[in-house]
Every structure is written in structure tokens, then in C-alpha cells.
Design a protein around this ligand. Structure first.
Ligand SMILES: Cc1cc2nc3c(=O)[nH]c(=O)nc-3n(C[C@H](O)[C@H](O)[C@H](O)COP(=O)(O)OP(=O)(O)OC[C@H]3O[C@@H](n4cnc5c(N)ncnc54)[C@H](O)[C@@H]3O)c2cc1C
Ligand code: SF4
Length: 472
């Protein structure tokens, strides 16, 4: 334990965000990097609890949090790095974009403010890169067997890293121009700049992992080719089939899926080609974002940066309470109102709203018709009811659908392997993460549905573990 009275003497201090008026003019990361002196103090706030809920309840990766906090407090950055990397494949990603369930489970948070665990994690890994401590770790030798990983999102990268270090030569295939999955093409630069992803890919290449881009498996190369050339396959293709809104007027011009909009902006920043006929821009538009989650919030930040006239975010569920709801007591992930940095930048939010129809003129979107909902408990479930006479219209010329994802899609790949799916449409796997096809494993969002970077990394590692056991 760092400082015995640290949690009493020192208050939580977050590095905060760049000024709103400044950051809204660019796409660079909005969050400030933690200051080194502050990080020693913040690590000192850790109480080294007898039962560290942050570690075994909060963090999906089971990061050994009290121990790395202690090492940081004592200025032992190499020691902290060793402890962090023992469980966490890419702290530079989670340190930037993880919603930090560990902090919601921190004992300091019961009647005070939790330790700034995510910031400490980020400080450790960035210090390691700065001091040249992050070096490629190729295996001492390679076995004869070869492995293909399909999909280079966080799950695929985590799997590839682990399988390669176990001594199996890995080729990662991805249909996109550049590796990274949603780290590169979903999460906006203002949350994580893409040089962070590129730096890690370079390191992985130096370790001996091969990346083959612009290869759509199931179409450009067959699953038969893969099974002939590789001894085991790990599928980490994500869950990217967007939920649609099948209401009157859906075919009007001006309605887009959030991911098409966000991907384009990330590509624009990376100077990747975008066909002019498919350009989507919020500049000068009245934008409505349907869906109150994180993807919706990313749409707000991106729309405002593109110069939207105004942005309204609609959510079907009721407004959560300002503080942790009684139904989700500590150390659970709390149901409470969350305000992202994008929400603070502008736009407005409405809850308990259902959308009835898109209205247009000459095939072009002009308005969206909505109705307010009242939620009540029925048989232990929350059920909505439309409030009579509460219909209202919002003038809009651009709607972004950000209502989540319904499964992996990828019909060509799924059908040609003959993969079974579970009740929720995800790829079915057994306890070793093997699909119904011998030697074919699956992990990440493809096997568990859209989730978080941290859970995708964990699931990718689990799939890698199953695959390594299978090969050995
Ligand atoms: C807009 C947005 C913002 C998000 N923000 C956050 C956040 O701030 N924090 C957080 O923790 N999580 C966030 N998430 C969730 C997180 O990004 C995902 O849960 C995570 O990326 C899933 O990882 P994955 O590796 O399973 O899949 P993905 O990241 O989706 O990667 C799948 C990869 O497979 C490739 N692929 C698919 N099919 C094929 C094929 N047939 N052949 C070849 N390649 C193929 C794709 O091109 C892609 O590169 C966000 C998600 C979205 C959509
Ligand atoms: S990965 Fe996420 S949950 Fe785990 S320690 Fe880091 S911030 Fe916390």
C-alpha cells in the first residue's frame, strides 16, 4: 500500500478536458493527459483493500489494480508496467476509452470519490512508451502450425498477440484498408487519436504478426482456402449489423446509420478515400440522433465539429436518476445519468420519446414525428405507453440511427463455415470458445454481441487460450 492515509488526505483529481470552445474546432483528443505529480498522489489514494472489488469484480480483464497503484506511488514504472501487462493487452486503448467499471466498484467510491484507476493505467503505459520500455516480444521459436485471425478489432488484436507469443505464426485478415476495427473506424479521433492504434500495430508487426488488409473472408478468400492453409482459425469479426427503424418514411433522403457517418469522418481524418457520391455531412443541418447511448454521443460530437446547425438526441428509455439507482447498488455498474464530453459541447437530449414516422417533401426528409412515452412496472418489467395527445414534430434534414447492433451479419462467412448461432444471433461457442466447427474459434463482439473494448479484449484472449490449448 502506498500511503496509509492517502485516501483521507488527498482528493480525487481528474486531468479534465480541453476547453470546450477550443476542442470543438478540431478532432484531436479532448481529454488531457494525466500530470505526473498528480498521478503519484492519485495512486496514493488506493487503500489496498483486503478484497479489491476493482480487480476481481469491476475490471473484466481482472487487472491487478492495487499492486500497480502501489508501484506507481513508489515511482517504480517498470514494476507497474509488468503488473499491468500481465493481464491487460492494450492499456493504451482501455486507458483512453474504457468506461472504467473498476472505478464504479472501487471501495473509495462508497462514500467518496473512487481512485482514478483508468488515468493511472494510461500513465503507466504512456510512460512505458516514452521511456522505450515497450519492446517487441517475439516468441523464442515458432511451432509448425499456423493460425489465421479474421478481424483486427481489439478482440482480434488481443488474440493475435497471445497466439503469436505462444509460438504460432499468425496472419490477421481484415476487409478494411487499415487494421484496428472499431478502434480505428468507429471510435472518433476526439476520443482516441489513431496514431495510438498505429503505434501498437507497428509493435505487433515487429513481433512477427502479419496483417493482410482489404481481404473480405468468405468473398475474397474462401473459408476452404483458410482451412487448407491454417491449422486453426480465430474469428473476431465484430457485431456490426445495425438495428434499423422500420417506420413510414424510412426511405427518405437524409436518414443514415450512425456507423456510416462516423466511419467516414474517421477516414476523412486519416486521409482515406471516400467516394463523393456517398459523402455524409452534418454541416448546416438540423440533426436528430436516434439512440441515447455512446454511439449517439459520438454522433453529437462529430456533428457539432462538422458544423451542424443544431443536434437533438432522442432516447426511448426514461431519463436515469442523477445518482446511482437503488436497483444498482455499489459495486454494480450503476444505472445513472451519464453526460459525455460531447453532451457538454452542445445539442439537446430528450428521453421517453418514441419515433412514429419520418416526413418529407419530394423524397427528402423534412421532419420526424414523435410521441412521448410513460413507463410503468408490469410483472416486474418496465413497459412503455404512448401519452395521448403528446405527439410532436422536430424539423430535421438529417437523422442518424444509433440504436445498437443486432448481431454479426457476415452471412457469407457464417454460411460458408456453417457456423451455428445462439438465441441472440451471436456465433455459438463452447466453454473453450470453439464454434461448432472443429478448430474454428470465435471471440469479441461476434461471440458476445456489441460490448466494450475491454470485454472484446478479454473475449479475444479467451478465444486465443482455447485455440492454443487445441493446438498443443
Ligand atoms: C461508434 C462506437 C463507439 C464506441 N466507443 C466505445 C468506447 O468509447 N469505449 C468502449 O469500451 N467501447 C466502445 N465501443 C464498442 C467497441 O468499439 C467494440 O465493442 C469493440 O471494438 C469490439 O471489438 P471486436 O474486435 O469484437 O470487433 P470490431 O472492433 O468490430 O472489429 C471487427 C473487425 O473484423 C473485420 N471483419 C468483419 N468481417 C470480416 C470478414 N468477413 N473478413 C475480414 N474482416 C472482417 C472488420 O473490418 C473489423 O475490422 C464503441 C462502438 C462503436 C460502434
Ligand atoms: S481496463 Fe477498464 S475496467 Fe480494467 S482497470 Fe482499466 S479502466 Fe478499469
Amino acid at each position: 500500500m502506498g500511503k496509509e492515509t492517502g485516501f483521507l488526505d488527498i482528493e480525487r483529481k481528474d486531468p479534465g478536458y480541453r476547453a470546450k470552445d477550443e476542442r470543438i474546432k478540431d478532432y484531436r483528443a479532448v481529454e488531457n493527459m494525466p500530470d505526473e505529480d498528480d498521478i503519484y498522489d492519485q495512486a496514493a489514494r488506493c487503500m489496498d483493500c483486503g478484497i479489491p472489488f476493482c480487480h476481481d469484480y469491476g475490471c473484466p480483464l481482472v487487472n491487478i489494480i492495487p499492486e500497480f497503484n502501489d508501484r506507481v506511488y513508489h515511482g517504480d514504472w517498470q514494476g507497474a508496467l509488468d503488473i499491468l501487462l500481465a493481464t491487460s493487452s492494450f492499456p493504451e486503448f482501455t486507458g483512453r476509452v474504457c468506461p472504467a467499471p473498476c472505478e464504479e466498484a472501487c471501495v473509495d467510491g462508497i462514500n467518496g470519490e473512487p481512485v482514478t484507476i483508468r488515468q493511472i493505467e494510461l500513465a503507466i503505459i504512456e510512460k512505458a512508451f516514452e521511456k522505450g520500455l515497450m519492446k517487441p516480444e517475439p516468441p523464442p521459436f515458432y511451432h509448425a502450425q499456423k493460425v489465421a485471425v479474421i478481424g483486427s478489432g481489439p478482440a482480434g488484436l488481443a488474440a493475435a498477440l497471445m497466439i503469436n507469443r505462444a509460438g504460432y505464426k499468425v496472419t490477421v485478415y481484415d476487409e478494411a484498408d487499415k487494421p484496428g476495427g472499431l478502434l480505428r473506424y468507429g471510435i472518433p479521433d476526439f476520443k482516441m487519436e489513431k496514431n495510438v492504434v498505429e503505434r501498437r500495430i507497428r509493435l505487433m508487426e515487429q513481433e512477427g504478426i502479419a496483417f493482410e488488409q482489404n481481404v473480405l473472408v468468405g468473398t475474397d478468400i474462401s473459408t476452404r482456402y483458410l482451412t487448407m492453409h491454417f491449422d486453426a482459425i480465430c474469428l473476431t469479426c465484430g457485431a456490426r449489423k445495425p438495428r434499423d427503424l422500420d417506420i413510414p418514411g424510412r426511405n427518405l433522403i437524409g436518414i443514415f446509420f450512425a456507423m456510416d457517418f462516423l466511419t467516414q469522418q474517421n477516414k476523412r481524418i486519416s486521409k482515406e478515400m471516400i467516394s463523393p457520391s456517398t459523402e455524409i455531412s452534418a454541416a448546416g443541418k438540423n440533426v436528430v440522433v436516434i439512440g441515447g447511448g455512446d454511439t449517439g454521443s459520438d454522433c453529437i460530437g462529430t456533428s457539432l465539429r462538422q458544423g451542424a446547425k443544431n443536434v437533438t438526441q432522442l432516447e426511448i428509455l426514461p431519463k436515469p436518476p442523477a445518482q446511482r439507482a437503488d436497483q444498482t447498488p455499489w459495486p454494480m455498474w450503476p444505472n445513472k445519468l451519464r453526460e459525455s464530453h460531447a453532451h457538454k459541447e452542445g445539442g439537446s437530449r430528450r428521453w421517453s420519446v418514441s419515433t412514429k414516422a419520418f416526413l418529407g417533401e419530394n423524397g427528402v426528409l423534412k421532419k420526424i414525428r414523435c410521441v412521448e412515452l410513460e413507463w410503468s412496472q408490469k410483472d416486474g418489467r418496465m413497459v412503455p405507453q404512448e401519452i395521448k395527445g403528446s405527439e410532436f414534430d422536430i424539423e430535421t434534414d438529417m437523422v442518424l440511427l444509433a440504436m445498437g447492433f443486432t448481431g454479426p451479419g457476415n452471412e457469407s462467412l457464417v454460411n460458408s463455415f456453417g457456423l451455428e448461432t445462439d438465441a441472440r444471433g451471436n456465433i455459438k461457442v463452447d466453454e473453450s470458445m470453439m464454434t461448432n466447427i472443429q478448430g474454428v474459434f470465435a471471440g469479441g463482439d461476434m461471440a458476445r454481441g456489441q460490448s466494450l473494448v475491454v470485454t472484446a479484449i478479454y473475449s479475444g484472449k479467451q478465444a486465443a487460450k482455447g485455440l492454443i490449448n487445441y493446438l498443443s
